[in-house]
Design a protein around this ligand. Structure first.
Ligand code: NAG
Length: 192
């Protein structure tokens, strides 16, 4: 039996690490997630790791029927995102190849926060305290523990409009509000 066992375990390895295998799944344990699909089908899934609280990006080559996992990367450090934060993602793209991902979540102090990725900018995501374009530095505070968060973006106009829907901590906490950036900075407006 030993030769047979060896011939099975020493079978030729896959051509590439992304080749589909019936026996391999990608281990993921998270609390919340969001996703966008780029114009070429390349798919980005964002989830908060259930164990260490970071937000991780999964790059997947397409939908899961034909696509495969390509890589994972830590995007948001645990100390910038609250436990069990909602995650909302939007995508801007145009025919010229411009693509931008906006990744929204809440900080440990419930500040509406985001990371921004642009296809043309090398170095990956920008975010955290040094990101002047991010809604984060406006300090809009969401209701503690709320799971209400959406992200919207439109490239139909120039500059694009970036929107996050959430529940404000103060004032109108019994309804939803939007942080909106139409190109001249962020404002917050409550649904009326
Ligand atoms: C958190 O967990 C993810 C997924 O298991 C891992 O990729 C990442 O390196 C971990 N980060 C830290 C800071 O432990």
């Amino acid at each position: 039996m030993l030769p047979l066992f060896l011939s099975l375990t020493l079978a030729a390895p896959s051509d590439s690490p992304t080749t589909r295998s019936a026996n391999t799944v990608i281990p993921i344990t998270g609390t919340n997630m969001g996703a966008v699909s780029l114009s070429d089908g390349n798919t980005r899934v964002y989830y908060q790791d259930a164990t260490n609280g970071t937000i991780i990006q999964l790059v997947i080559s397409n939908d899961f029927e034909i696509g495969v996992w390509e890589n994972s990367a830590l995007i948001v450090p645990a100390d910038e995102v609250r436990q069990n934060s909602p995650i909302a993602v939007s995508l801007l793209s145009n025919a010229a190849g411009f693509e931008q991902i906006r990744l929204g979540f809440f900080s440990p102090d419930n500040v509406l926060s985001e990371y921004i990725w642009e296809a043309e900018i090398t170095g990956g995501f920008q975010g955290g305290p040094t990101c002047t374009d991010c809604v984060t530095n406006k300090g809009f505070v969401g209701a503690a523990g709320s799971q209400m968060l959406y992200a919207l973006a439109t490239s139909a106009t120039s500059p694009p409009v970036i929107r996050y829907g959430f529940v404000l901590d103060s004032g109108d906490s019994n309804t939803i509000s939007e942080a909106v950036n139409t190109g001249s900075g962020w404002v917050v407006a409550t649904l009326t």
